[in-house]
Design a protein around this ligand. Sequence first.
Ligand code: AMP
Ligand code: MG
Length: 403
Amino acid sequence: MLSFEDARQLVIAKSESHAGVRPTLDLPISDSLGHILAQAICSDREYPPFNRSTRDGYAVRAREAMPGSSLRCVGEIKAGDTVSQSLEPGTCIQIMTGAAVPPEADAVVMIEFTHRTSDTVTFDRPTQPGQNVVPRGSEAHTGDLILQPGLRLGFAELAVAAQVGATTLLCHKKPRVAILSTGDEVVPITETPGPFHIRNSNTISLTAQIQLAGGVPVPLVNALDRVDDLSAKIEQGLRDDILVLSGGVSMGKYDLVESVLKGMGAEFFFDAVAIRPGKPTVFGRCRNTLVFGLPGNPVSTMVTFHLFVLPAIDILSATAPRSLPLLEATLAEPVQEKPGLAHFLPAHIAWNASASKVTALRWQGSGDISTLTRANCFLVVPADRSNISSGEKVSVLPRFDVL
Ligand code: AMP
Ligand code: MG
């Protein structure tokens, strides 16, 4: 059986060879958060466009502003002002943060380190040339590449695109991810469940995870555990880039997902991974769609989505797959698990710069979603460990929506 690391590598390799050229669309910059950029963005002018003061103070010639020396203040420059006045020797100009420094000045002295009586400004400290001035063009020159194609657009990327005057951005279309829950016991959340029914929470959690991952969720109507219904619903899901099924992949008599997919021509890359929860996870391709069969227990669905579906969404979004952010923490209380499978246990990590402490939460197994709401991470117990003592270093996978 594959380790989760190897299974994940296989997802990445197969998704990359499957992806091909990804389609693009023009988007207004304000609608493009989370999209992958499909064009190069270059600087339209020098940045900063002028020698910019980073402080409120006095523009000076550095060598004239020494401890105990005084200069005559001959005016002021606000942010946005055109600089017209020249700075004669023996003078200084009051200047505000973000304003252009006059060409003759080579430093700005913070107002806190000066004393002013009428027009005379006296300086407390030595002044270094270049102090509190960002030179024109030091951040970017006209034509410099500032955003590469393939970057995910976050707030900083959007800000720099806005700074250089990009109002629309050529982005990759987000991949469409069909969601197909399965199970005779699963009822829509708008209906009152019978005594032995359960509401369809997986379609909601998968919708959320797909949105957070940068995909477009396409929820389908739950499929019954019957070949005809399952085939018809899978057929609908094969219109999209990725199909994620929940449930129906275990060993039960009515777990039909794999056999139905096989009958529809799917090839499988794996159908088991050495993890708990999540062991019966299936990954393959059917026609032009990548297909994931995730176990139906809600926490299994969530964990296996993070481990395996997320990198496929990244790749079909036209960007490099995010690495799995496994962090090191100190175990606060001992844990004991059966060896053979890597365990992902809902846990709480108390962040601390030098030694974060992680505690596994008591839970009722992979159907227990309420415990997960108190968890901010999963404690990863390696397959070859059964007992881990408190104080040992362990690996932790943060939930990708709470970091
Ligand atoms: P399965 O993987 O089909 O054997 O499902 C395992 C268990 O997961 C079921 O007994 C249900 O309790 C639960 N489950 C399956 N599908 C869903 C769903 N869509 N939403 C919430 N729980 C589900
Ligand atoms: Mg089922």
